[in-house]
Ligand binder design. Sequence first.
Ligand code: NAD
Ligand code: TYD
Length: 341
Amino acid sequence: MTKTLLVTGAAGFIGSNFVRMLVKRRESVKIIAFDKLTYAGNMANLADLLGDQVVFVKGDICDPAAVTKAIEDYRVDEIVHFAAESHVDRSILGSGPFVQTNVVGTQVLLDAARAKDITKFLYVSTDEVYGTLPEDQPDVKFTEETPLQPNSPYSASKAGGDVLVRSYFHTFNMPLLTTRCSNNYGPYHFPEKLIPLFVTNLMEGKQVPLYGDGKNVRDWLYVEDHCDAIWTVLQRGAFGEAYNVGGNNEMTNRQITETILKAMDKPWDQFVKYVQDRPGHDRRYAIDATKIKEHLGWEPKFRFDSAIKTTIQWYRDNEKWWRDIKSGDYLKYYDTQYAGR
Ligand code: NAD
Ligand code: TYD
């Protein structure tokens, strides 16, 4: 029998890529794409997918009636929970919406899932809940046993959701799963994050703002690999477990910047502007993804060298998509974030 999946945050970057992957692979699921359409949610990410298999419902995960109605109306079996406020810099400007959506919204969804006997619930967490790693000990990576020590209001709010999920498993024995993934890149990535911001700024002939000394390290994973890992955990993961997901691809922000500049044929001196660092900026993230490999057989398939080129080409081919975003409210945000920095 075809299952019905409620996908929260389905109009965002990773949520829409997840829905796209399931449709492309002809997975036998009906998808209820549930999204509030905040500044980061965009119907253009989903428009070509809507039809018999994918239905869109506009709603807020903090609204218990809206969540319950969607579950009842469509007889939802399983939930994949992506919806979140997701940008660290915005959480520094104001953490209220982060606590609301990422903590309270997750609690509302968990309660609704419990009341409606949802058969699986996957919480899309992040490696940022672990805090930061030393850069002089390359062998040290985040494992699932690493204590949660979030350093930004964003990661603290995601950790709040993460430990709520843990507590609902232990208290109510619910069918809960958690993934903690590293930084993603790929199509439909909102151009406030490092890679799409730098690519689109360069296409506009603008400089790229590199924070601090540019030596912070992230472990970059192509978005389709993350979506595949989420699907794998949803199919075969053990309830109550968290699974790290990573690309085995640690790079400094300078290396990322160099790669993008080279691919776009732009000189460093003219286009890179070092700007004041982000407060509380985590130095290094690195994922040990042994557990998901050994227990569930998942490994990344995409190589950074080619997937970053595919990504840049996507932004070249979809100028209207990002130019529509980089107008209006986005300009106000850009000014608040970067002017005088
Ligand atoms: P995004 O900001 O692109 O998308 C978030 C989506 O959630 C948007 O469509 C937005 O409209 C929706 N949303 C926000 N508040 C909502 C609410 N109250 N009710 C309903 N919908 C709401 O984020 P993303 O990069 O696609 O991240 C998705 C998830 O993956 C998040 O939970 C994030 O913490 C996690 N994650 C992201 C990364 C990454 O590199 N982007 C890495 C690891 C984990
Ligand atoms: P980001 O894409 O915001 O992801 P996260 O902070 O969640 O890892 O940032 C990735 C890295 O790039 C991070 O070390 C901060 C840095 N960065 C810049 O140097 N300049 C920028 O304008 C942005 C947005 C990020």
